[in-house]
Design a protein around this ligand. Structure first.
Ligand SMILES: C[S@@+](CC[C@H](N)C(=O)[O-])C[C@H]1O[C@@H](n2cnc3c(N)ncnc32)[C@H](O)[C@@H]1O
Length: 272
């Protein structure tokens, strides 16, 4: 049983869209082909954060619902939908565990972008199973670094993640933090899904963006968007941490640009 801690992403929402690298640019094509998406039906994006998948996929459906318990994330999701003038998105502030009541109805696709593991996953997957139309699917989307095919840098140095993480550790200690405690223990997503009525899911890798270049502030924003280094965890030392990161990044790249390789995009697809 995972108990939701409303402080896990406290202060992170404002940094999220600027700080997080995009998923594969082939994602829409992959999902469209696998699921025969044709503009009909509804999408539910659970743990939508600032609407990352909701805004990307809404055009493939009649209606899209983004759901997240964090009010700041939901505000960012609404803002993203407005900015991009996407009229068929509704945003709901609720937990995955509040389904189906929080977003009732039938869905063709239910997505979790890097959010499934925060939820009471078996229970939530079973609930989603009953919310899907026949042939509909539950899909988990995440970055998957560490694969065999690391592309060459387009020029700039890579983000010095190990050194930034050492700074996080210097400020926050060696135990990973999340909210008021530690992140939940994590089982492989495939095993979780396989233990539900969905059975063994399909796994697809969509090619990551090979030449993603980010600036210093975007790299820092990325760290502030993570639960383990969210701004609130640093208390009154948040500016000191930001200064240390900026100094480190300046030393690694005087031009202030970095190559990011978050990996390919892993898609775990389970059909009803
Ligand atoms: C890493 S962010 C992912 C945001 C976005 N889906 C993406 O792909 O980038 C994880 C999100 O899960 C949300 N979350 C955490 N616990 C949740 C729960 N029990 N139910 C639904 N969402 C939850 C957080 O508020 C956060 O916005």
């Amino acid at each position: 049983m995972v108990r939701y801690d409303p402080t896990i992403y406290q202060g992170a929402a404002a940094h999220y869209r600027y700080g997080r690298p995009a998923y594969s640019s082939a994602l829409e094509v992959v999902l469209g082909k696998e699921l025969g998406l044709d503009g009909r039906g509804r999408l539910l994006d659970v743990g939508c954060g600032p609407g990352v998948l909701t805004v990307r996929l809404a055009h493939l459906f009649e209606e899209a619902v983004g759901l997240d318990p964090d009010p700041d994330m939901i505000a960012e999701a609404r803002r993203a939908a407005e900015e991009q003038r996407i009229a068929n998105i509704t945003c709901v502030e609720a937990l995955a565990e509040d389904l189906p009541d929080a977003a009732p109805g039938t869905y063709r696709l239910v997505t979790f972008g890097s959010s499934f593991w925060w939820t009471d996953a078996v229970r939530v997957a079973e609930t989603v199973y009953d919310m899907l139309e026949p042939g509909g699917a539950l899909v988990l989307v995440m970055h998957k670094a560490g694969g065999p095919s690391v592309p060459p840098s387009p020029g700039p140095p890579p983000i010095p993640h190990a050194e930034i993480e050492a700074l996080v550790e210097k400020y926050l200690g060696s135990a990973r933090r999340a909210g008021q405690g530690a992140p939940p223990a994590r089982r492989a997503d495939e095993d979780v899904i396989a233990s539900t009525r969905f059975g063994v899911p399909q796994v697809i890798f969509a090619p990551g963006i090979p030449d993603l270049v980010r600036d210093t502030e975007s790299v820092l924003a990325g760290y502030f968007s993570f639960s383990f280094s969210a701004p609130h965890l640093f208390g009154d030392r948040v500016e000191a941490f930001a200064t240390d990161v900026r100094n480190l990044l300046r030393a690694r790249s005087p031009e202030g640009v970095f190559w990011d390789w978050p990996g390919d995009t892993k898609v775990i697809l389970a059909r009803r």
